[in-house]
Write a protein that binds this ligand. Structure first.
Ligand code: CA
Length: 224
């Protein structure tokens, strides 16, 4: 799940970024309308958290422009203006939801989860073979056994589950589970895959996480 935050107030930006990263999201940030539009044109995001007051423009215009350019993800607008008229204008400009400042971080997270559920058509679980992931309770089970994962391991497994049976390159994995500045030369993905295998594969009779030599990794049904 990739999130772009467009917000010029450094304190607010820092607090949202840190919280979302801790919740397991991949977060990028832009501090102006123009930088945000450029980033969304160059990279895919599932959600944009968009402040309404930006140094070089208005969030509502940014939202309209994003939609005109074909942005299909969610837009959650942050507004300092707690008036019905502004909320209506925000939603009319293409935003899916809004939050008035100041807000509690937990409320932002809950709104994001609600948007995600909408995207999944109410689906809150991912599964492949005997592996199950509950996206809301953040719980993983294989063959009925609970598996405890770190936040990053959970995000990595979620990405594999969403792309089950499709071989994924290290670059794809890096950009979707870490961020666009991911260093391709680092072996962090291999390290995390190894951790994940210890938890989801080794205790069980069949393997799900396979290496694709010279390419990357794939979650698929193991050969018997
Ligand atoms: Ca602002």
């Amino acid at each position: 799940m990739r999130v772009l935050i467009i917000e010029d107030e450094k304190k607010t930006l820092g607090f949202i970024r840190k919280g979302l990263q801790e919740a397991g999201y991949v977060v990028e940030a832009a501090e102006s309308a123009s930088a945000g539009l450029t980033m969304s044109a160059n990279s895919e995001f599932d959600l944009i958290v968009l402040d309404v007051m930006l140094p070089d423009g208005n969030g509502m215009d940014v939202s309209r422009q994003l939609r005109n350019e074909g942005f299909k993800g969610f837009i959650l607008m942050l507004t300092a203006l707690d008036s019905t008229r502004d909320k209506v204008r925000g939603l009319d400009s293409g935003a899916d939801d809004y939050l008035s400042k100041p807000f509690e971080f937990d409320e932002l997270l809950a709104r994001i989860r609600a948007l995600l559920r909408r995207k999944e058509g109410g689906r809150t679980r991912l599964s492949f073979e005997d592996l199950q992931m509950d996206l809301i309770q953040r719980r993983v089970q294989r063959n009925g056994t609970d598996i405890t994962l770190t936040q990053k391991e959970f995000s990595l497994l979620e990405y594999f589950l969403r792309n089950a049976s499709r071989p994924l390159t290290r670059t794809e994995i890096g950009e979707n589970v870490w961020d666009v500045h991911f260093d391709n030369e680092s072996n962090v993905i291999d390290v995390y895959v190894r951790h994940l295998r210890k938890k989801i594969d080794e205790p069980f009779p069949s393997r799900l996480l396979h290496t694709v030599t010279g390419y990357g990794y794939v979650l698929k049904r193991g050969e018997l």
